[in-house]
Design a protein around this ligand. Structure first.
Ligand SMILES: C[S@@+](CC[C@H](N)C(=O)[O-])C[C@H]1O[C@@H](n2cnc3c(N)ncnc32)[C@H](O)[C@@H]1O
Length: 361
């Protein structure tokens, strides 16, 4: 059981639910938030950011497909669906168009992925994933009929065919600033743009609280955080393992005029291991946004070096392991629960840890 919360069965906690919207949550949202508050927020106040939209909030969705020809259809789990209530209106409008366009090219088609930016200035990106080779010329002819609004990528083993882009752009509004970011097909991008902005606003507020710093950012993706946070830091070093995302991240820094950040292509734990003990003197704050499995043991060890650690988590269970690890040296300065995925069991936790005794660092 963790020093911070005592596990999900803890019976007492003193969190204040400070809802930032008036939206009523569904039962599933409400329960999952209560479970996290009970697990983590013992002895401090947690901010709860409820969803602004209960449905149609996803800009990114993946569907498996079944049938063929005129019977081609989407599936969510075992269910056959024509539309999806959590997907944005733009995705719902594109779904039948994709089936009609590719119904004669459905042999071996296994899945369709949509990424539809909120801004209508930017095209929808659709990936069609095949289990077997497909007729490339016929596929390109079909995909061209969807341009310019929809750009398709066809994938089968060893083949990636783009018509004619393999990334799209999104506009993000954070506090009073606007950013444009490129997100490549097939790599990570936050599925809910509005929740992403709220998470960025929370991170900006935390960095203002920390004051000017040299920030190490691990798991930076396409520089979604880097681009926004760099203006609040002296310097940022951002680390990402996916080469496609690293290239997009560097373009995103240029696109948004960021000159005090560097993106490094590396596995996070290898980067930390390479720097060894030097790592604690090079940076004075750390931001981590790991994948669902959380931090690996080597990366987890460096958390203790920093007076301030910002942690973005999409998996409370993995977060709990890291909270327990930091409990001796750090305390929670700020904790927010963000319902980025209403009507699902998933949510995001945002944590600012500060060292209990900064002189001991
Ligand atoms: C939850 S995403 C966060 C991305 C980014 N911070 C954002 O807001 O879009 C986690 C990222 O970690 C990257 N990643 C996964 N394992 C990694 C590792 N061992 N070292 C570095 N990056 C890794 C993934 O490619 C992905 O981009």
């Amino acid at each position: 059981m963790g020093r911070y919360g005592g596990g999900v069965l803890a019976s007492s906690f003193s969190a204040r639910r400070t809802s930032t919207t008036t939206t009523t949550t569904t039962t599933v949202s409400s329960n999952k938030i209560d479970v996290v508050l009970e697990a983590f927020s013992s002895g401090f106040e947690a901010e709860v950011m409820l969803a602004e939209e209960e449905t149609q909030y996803r800009q990114r969705c993946r569907f498996s497909v079944g049938g063929s020809g005129a019977e081609l259809h989407y599936r969510v789990g075992e269910r056959r669906v024509d539309s999806f209530e959590l997907a944005s209106p733009r995705i719902n409008a594109a779904m039948p168009r994709i089936l009609r366009t590719f119904e004669n090219l459905s042999l071996g088609l296994r899945a369709v992925h949509f990424h539809a930016p909120r801004s209508l200035d930017f095209p929808i990106l659709v990936s069609l994933v095949y289990a077997s080779p497909f007729d490339e010329a016929a596929w390109l002819d079909a995909a061209r009929t969807l341009l310019p609004e929809i750009h398709c990528v066809g994938r089968s083993k060893g083949l990636t065919l783009a018509c004619d882009r393999s990334s799209t752009l999104e506009k993000l509004f954070v506090d009073d600033r606007t950013f444009v970011l490129e997100f490549p097909e097939g790599s990570f991008c936050h599925p809910n743009a509005r929740a992403n902005e709220r998470s960025l606003e929370w991170l900006c507020a935390r960095l203002r609280d920390i004051g000017e710093c040299d920030l190490l950012e691990l798991y930076c993706g396409a520089a979604n955080h880097t681009v926004t946070l760099a203006a609040l830091c002296r310097t940022v070093v951002a680390v990402e393992v996916d080469a496609t995302l690293v290239a997009a991240a560097r373009r995103n820094l240029d696109r948004n005029g960021v000159t005090n950040a560097t993106v490094l292509a590396s596995d996070a734990s290898k980067y930390c291991a390479r720097l060894g003990a030097k790592i604690k003197n090079l940076f004075d704050a750390l931001l981590v946004d790991p994948p669902r499995r959380g931090l690996d043991p080597k990366t987890r060890r460096i958390l203790r070096h920093y007076d301030n650690v910002l942690y973005v988590s999409c998996n409370p269970a993995a977060l709990q392991t890291d909270l327990d690890f930091l409990a001796e040296t750090h305390q929670i300065r700020s904790f927010a629960v963000l319902d980025a995925f209403p009507r699902t069991p998933h949510l995001e936790c945002l944590v600012h840890f500060e060292r209990k005794d900064p002189a001991a660092s």
